[in-house]
Design a protein around this ligand. Structure first.
Ligand code: B12
Length: 354
């Protein structure tokens, strides 16, 4: 990894709170009417959002992957438009943030940073919001996925469970239920929240119910006829709370006859290292959703790679940032990446067979 890019990222991360506070103070001074419209809650959210923008930018700079920031800004356009707050003050905020980062960094550091920042701001400015759904017309389980999500958004867990269990009992493979029902309805739930159509409470309900319903399928996952004697440890990094993707990956391996050891969200590296040893795993799967956890993924990989006992363990990664930034998996030292749980199987089998 490039030392000077690492340094820029470190400077941005370490100073983000101060930058955010300065941006807010200057913004209030320049726009008294804007200041008067703000409550303490608005101030907290403003500062938090500014921190987020700096963190995404810091990762994009560090890894030379502009798309990590650009896609975040495309996401932000949708999110803030739904809150109805994209106006001149929003663009003034970007200008102030840019200026304050300039004050922190050397000229050459700022040049690299501003290039990515400006790309993000122009994406924000220009991106047009179009309606779309993750439960698309090509999805063979579209009707059932729509029905399932509709039930859950109405708080009806029992009917949602019946939708899934009838699919299973009428012969739909569990893998299809995972990839064509659970996965798109979770993505759709995120989109509905992002566009202000549902609350955080709805999202939490859909998530908890879906985890419960996945567990009802658990007894049917095991492939006793085709045990492979292959072991995989699946985990998220510390602070990463998105665990359903990792869980799906672990379950797919189980269905393929592997023994999978799933450690879920927010797992400390040292305990995963112990798990690798205890289970004599050939493959370690790491899942990350939030871009600002990439540094932790990288440190995690480096720790495994530098432990002689694990020199033959193959490390595969997946999750949102790896889908948007090409070759990111290589840059952070992983042995492979797959878009989804089905791809994870082909990838790992490739390693073991070769
Ligand atoms: C549920 C959810 C939560 C739950 C998670 C609970 C749980 N127990 O998992 C909670 C409430 C905790 C949460 C919190 C947050 N969330 Co959230 N969340 C989601 C949501 C709606 C669903 C995630 C999910 O289950 N996806 C379905 C799975 C199946 O998909 P997947 O993870 O991509 O996994 C597949 C592949 O990527 C791949 N894969 C995954 N891992 C691996 C690993 C390997 C090795 C391989 C090979 C493949 C692989 O295979 C999987 C299966 O096919 C997403 C929406 C979305 N688009 O994902 C938002 C989303 C990810 N969250 C978002 C945000 C903003 C947050 C918060 C910052 C909110 C906040 N203000 O606090 C926090 C951050 C928390 C943290 N520190 O991690 C944003 C992220 C936006 C961005 N640009 O980064 C999203 C996209 C919502 C949105 N549309 O705005 N969230």
């Amino acid at each position: 990894m490039n030392d000077s890019l690492n340094l820029i990222s470190k400077k941005l991360e370490e100073n983000k709170k101060t930058i955010s506070q300065n941006v807010l103070d200057e913004h209030f001074e320049l726009a008294p009417a804007f200041k008067n419209s703000y409550t303490q809650r608005h101030i907290d959210l403003y500062l938090q959002d500014c921190d987020f923008k700096i963190s995404y930018l810091a990762q994009a700079v560090r890894l030379s992957q502009p798309s990590l920031f650009v896609e975040y800004m495309r996401w932000a356009k949708i999110f803030f438009t739904s809150l109805n707050i994209v106006n001149d003050e929003f663009y003034r905020f970007f200008d102030l943030l840019r200026k304050n980062m300039g004050g922190l960094l050397t000229e050459s550091e700022f040049e690299v940073t501003a290039k990515i920042f400006d790309l993000g701001v122009s994406t924000f400015r220009e991106s047009v919001i179009t309606e779309f759904s993750y439960i698309d017309n090509q999805n063979p389980l579209k009707d059932q996925a729509d029905e399932y999500l509709g039930f859950l958004l109405n708080g009806d867990r029992r009917s949602a469970m019946n939708t899934v269990m009838s699919l299973y009992h009428s012969g739909t493979p569990i893998k299809d239920i995972y990839l064509n029902l659970f996965q798109p309805i979770m993505l759709e739930t995120g989109l509905l929240w992002q566009t202000g159509k549902i609350t955080v409470a709805h999202e939490h309900f859909v998530t908890a119910a879906t985890q419960l319903i996945m567990s009802q399928l658990y007894p049917f996952l095991f492939n006793f006829n085709n045990s492979t004697n292959k072991n995989i440890v699946v985990s998220c990094v510390a602070n990463e709370l998105h665990e359903i993707g990792a869980r799906m990956v672990a379950d797919f391996f189980e269905m393929e006859g592997w023994d999978s050891y799933y450690y879920g969200a927010n797992t400390p590296v040292d305990s995963v290292l112990r798990a690798l040893e205890n289970h004599n795993a050939q493959v370690l799967a790491i899942s990350a959703t939030m871009t600002y956890h990439l540094k932790d993924v990288e440190n995690f990989i480096s720790k495994v790679k530098h432990t002689p006992d694990f020199e033959n363990v193959k490390i595969i990664v997946g999750g949102y940032p790896f889908k948007i930034a090409k070759n990111l998996w290589k840059d952070i030292g992983a042995d492979g990446f797959a878009e989804d749980a089905a791809g994870a199987i082909s990838l790992a089998n490739g390693f073991i067979l070769n």
